[in-house]
Design a protein. Structure first.
Length: 61
């Protein structure tokens, strides 16, 4: 019987620090993610987990 490994990546709901817009992003981004309203940087790639510049609100499955 194979054991299923839990995924370490998921989607995260974040809130922009500048305009308070809420947006869903992937936890391990490969390019900079910007706010759709004000173009503020929300997350940057680091080679593993993303560096979040926005406030994370909840993990989404």
């Amino acid at each position: 019987m194979k054991l299923r490994k839990e995924s370490t990546t998921n989607f995260v709901k974040v809130r922009c620090n500048k305009c308070k817009n809420e947006q869903n992003i992937f936890s391990t981004v490969t390019t900079k993610v910007v706010c759709l309203v004000c173009n503020e940087i929300l997350a940057e790639p680091t080679g593993g987990r993303s560096k979040m510049h926005a406030k994370p609100l909840e993990n989404l499955m």
